[in-house]
Design a protein around this ligand. Structure first.
Ligand SMILES: [Zn+2]
Length: 94
C-alpha cells in the first residue's frame, strides 16, 4: 500500500515525495529520500522494509498520505475499550 503523490528529484540526487494530506488537505512531504529505495517502494515493497530507519511520522506520509498527527487524530492509536459500553453497575453494594 502506498500513498499517491509526486516524486521530485533534488539537486543532490535524493528525491522528495509530496502529497496532499487526505485528512487536512494541506501539503505533506518527505524529503531527502534515496531514489532507488523510492523505486522499490513504488514497485510494491513494504515501506518498513525499504525504509527501516525512517521515523514513524514520515512513514505515515508514505503509507497513508497524511500527516502523522492528522492520522493519529482520526485514528487514535490507543483507543479505549469503549466499543461495548458496560451498563452493568460497577459498585457491588458496600
Ligand atoms: Zn494533515
Amino acid at each position: 500500500m502506498a500513498a499517491t503523490g509526486t516524486i521530485t528529484e533534488n539537486a543532490n540526487g535524493t528525491v522528495r515525495f509530496t502529497t496532499t494530506c487526505m485528512l487536512c488537505e494541506q501539503p505533506v512531504a518527505v524529503d531527502q529520500l534515496d531514489p532507488q529505495k523510492v523505486a522499490r517502494w513504488q514497485a510494491g515493497e513494504f515501506v518498513q522494509n525499504v525504509f527501516p530507519d525512517m521515523s514513524a511520522s514520515e512513514r505515515e506520509v508514505l503509507v497513508s498520505g497524511s500527516h502523522a498527527e492528522c492520522f493519529d487524530r482520526a485514528f487514535p492509536p490507543d483507543e479505549e475499550d469503549d466499543e461495548y459500553p458496560v451498563d452493568a453497575p460497577q459498585e457491588a453494594g458496600t
